[in-house]
Design a protein around this ligand. Structure first.
Ligand code: C2E
Ligand code: MG
Ligand code: MG
Ligand code: MG
Length: 282
């Protein structure tokens, strides 16, 4: 009873208004030390061009290898990192690490490779967000033109005017911004009109079964057309099946990522894949 009562508290954000379990509290406590204990690791999922079939870039995806609890999904610990403010140091670390790794691979391959990094609202809302990103690119010598920031609609909704200004600032630097999980949030069309993006990431919810499911086919084909009419390029995420790939190709989607080509990989595994020069069969 003590546990139930004592450990329950409410978080200020109404959407997260729920009681914390013991598990969450353990994660909260342990996450504070996860960075310094080197339990956080970046994985990379290749992104493949549907034109050339080549790996043109990757998305950095965070993993937490907890010594007792095993691998914890970012879906579980990113919200905790946001509530506790730990997202700021974590996000700094992710950006620096991803740019450093990206630079190393570019030097080795002697060709540009895009690196996409996810940001949550808290990080993006920092008043010096753009300056931080700029500084990281300078420190790591990672070219602005290869950097892509992934933001969601809910991140932008938090502070409309500032968000708009930041997107403008990033665009001036030559850094691309992708709207992630497009279509799963709200007021999507309004957002497309108000903010300047370069890339639209089609969420897996729509991509899934788009080979066969007529509703998803209609949604995917309309969204791709809409994006193209707005001069955005489209990256489809979560492509698992050949029939999905075929359909996306027919619809002139630019790039895909998904288990069909490769799951997110450790840096070592990614290096092997890049060495192999594996392509998407046409
Ligand atoms: P996201 O940015 O939409 O990333 C795509 C997710 O889809 C990843 O999950 C990826 O592993 C998964 N995925 C890729 N291909 C497939 C596929 O073919 N099938 C299926 N079923 N799933 C696929 P993951 O790595 O668990 O990440 C979940 C979310 O956590 C990400 O969604 C992103 O919003 C967030 N996240 C991950 N890393 C970071 C980070 O460094 N910072 C922030 N702020 N958020 C992050
Ligand atoms: Mg993403
Ligand atoms: Mg996504
Ligand atoms: Mg997603």
């Amino acid at each position: 009873a003590e546990k139930k009562g004592g450990n329950c508290y409410h978080i200020y954000q109404p959407s997260l208004n729920k009681c914390h379990s013991d598990y969450t509290i353990t994660l909260e406590t342990d996450l504070r030390y996860a960075l310094e204990k080197q339990e956080l690791v970046l994985y990379y999922q290749p992104r493949v061009s549907l034109v050339s079939g080549e790996i043109v870039g990757m998305e950095a995806l965070l993993r937490w290898f907890h010594p007792q609890l095993g691998t914890i999904s970012p879906k579980q610990f990113i919200p905790i990192a946001e509530e506790t403010g730990l997202i700021i140091p974590i996000s700094d670390w992710v950006s620096e690490m991803a740019c450093q790794q990206g630079k190393t691979w570019q030097n080795w391959l002697k060709r540009p490779l895009k690196m996409a990094i996810n940001f949550s609202a808290q990080g993006f809302q920092l008043s010096d967000f753009c300056e931080r990103i700029e500084a990281i690119c300078q420190r790591t010598q990672f070219p602005f033109s290869c950097l892509e920031l992934e933001l969601t609609e809910s991140t932008l909704v938090k502070d409309f005017l500032q968000a708009r200004e930041k997107l403008q600032q990033l665009q001036t630097l030559g850094i691309d911004v992708a709207i992630d999980d497009f279509g799963t949030g709200y007021s999507s069309l309004n957002y497309l009109q108000q903010f300047s993006f370069q890339i639209l990431k089609l969420d897996r919810t729509f991509v899934r079964n788009s080979g066969r499911d007529t509703t998803n086919r209609a949604i995917v084909s309309s969204l791709i057309q809409l994006a193209h009419n707005l001069q955005l390029s489209v990256v489809a995420e979560g492509v698992e099946r050949q029939c999905e790939l075929n359909f996306l190709r027919e619809q002139n989607c630019e790039e895909i990522q998904g288990y069909l080509f490769s799951p997110p990989l450790s840096a070592r595994e990614m290096e092997d894949l890049l060495r192999e020069k594996r392509r998407l069969p046409s």
